[in-house]
Design a binder for this molecule. Sequence first.
Ligand code: NAD
Length: 440
Amino acid sequence: MQQQEQAEVAGRSVEVRARERQGSTLLEDASAQFRAAAAHLGLDPGLQQVLETPEREMSVALPIEMDDGRIAVFQGYRVQHSRLRGPAKGGIRYHPSVDLDEVRGLAALMTWKCSLLDLPYGGGKGGVNCDPSLLSAGELARITRAYATAMLPIIGSRVDVPAPDVNTDEQVMAWFLDAVETQTGVFDPAVVTGKPLALGGIPGRGEATGRGVALITMEMLKRRGIALEDARIAVQGFGKVGGHTVRTLADAGCRIVAISDVSGGLYNPKGLDIPRIVAHTRNHPRGLLEGYPGEDAEPIGAAELLTVDCDVVIPAALEGQITTANAGDIRAPIIVEAANGPTTGEADRILEDRGITVVPDILANAGGVVVSYFEWIQGLQGTKWTLEDVRARLDRMMLDAFEAVIQRAEAEDVSLRLAAYLIAVGRVAETAALRRTAGA
Ligand code: NAD
């Protein structure tokens, strides 16, 4: 099968079809969350429109020479949702589900996340519609260089600063940086974050999102009076975020009862052997769980994982995983959203009615952008941070944001999600008013 056809087949992946069936998209849900906060804050309708409308969008066709000599065209996107509080900030995703609406929704989430953590950033996101599992390293490098070159007019360390997201990593950021610096002739390490250490990266960036998710999870457990060694946790997704979340929680003594990735899942109600599983994925050519010898774990499906009997469910894969189809079956009293937009709006209402506490994505997974911010400062100043500096400041900022959200939720008797949006949207609205943006 030709590579492009394969990509199309992969593009009709389970999660994308599921999302289409729900008729609910990340963009609609992100907009609904914003509108709920805007209504609660009594924002002027003109200002609401300003804050909801993406500031700048770019769609590009990337013609790439494939290894077999064919030319294939990939579609790339970048959306700068807001730059009112600083340069747009947000990852680059390589996935068959990437389209303009998905990128718009993810860019809006970044605006609110950066604001909630009080970072001097707006929100952005980018992506290329492709399936990296079907591409060679050379093809990925050429796609990345072409994407970076096409984005040159709208990115920059004071304009828009990309970072890794689903299926992109330090190597992709290294290609991106090199393409930009080659084109401009200017050394500018702050143009992208999530770089390898040898190219101006920062210690602790790789673990940051998972560390933050684990920290917030442990705080929630503490608040509920559940001892770490008694906590049973299920994590969907075992990539950069899910992997570090699981390792940090397991190291802290929690029982990880279920994990999954795109190749399947593993379940053991007594707790999985995480060091052994990590060793297995390190030896797997694509870092997957598939083929894990089964004597200490039963196989479990991605959908089933979300409804196992446990204390905390952590979706850490893709959006639209907790839907009206499974929200009624979730047994955990706490959900910590490590992925962006894992819960659809309708599912969120069902969970709230059922008394399940959802720690929202814009709070729970903000650790990555916080450490990207440290890396950006490092790049702008030509300084070096130590891992101890990074961890101490990350932990403080995550806990402060968590406390602020808890207090706002209690003060206004609203969900943690609405409380987080009230803080985040309120800050951006204040900035817009000070700038005298239309409608403010
Ligand atoms: P990744 O590509 O490293 O990992 C994604 C993981 O999800 C992989 O283990 C993959 O196998 C798994 N997966 C894919 N489809 C699945 C399915 N249907 N069922 C179960 N597992 C599935 O990506 P990542 O960087 O870990 O990102 C995961 C989520 O976290 C995304 O929503 C991303 O936007 C969000 N996020 C990432 C960062 C970051 O710093 N990387 C920061 C904030 C939020």
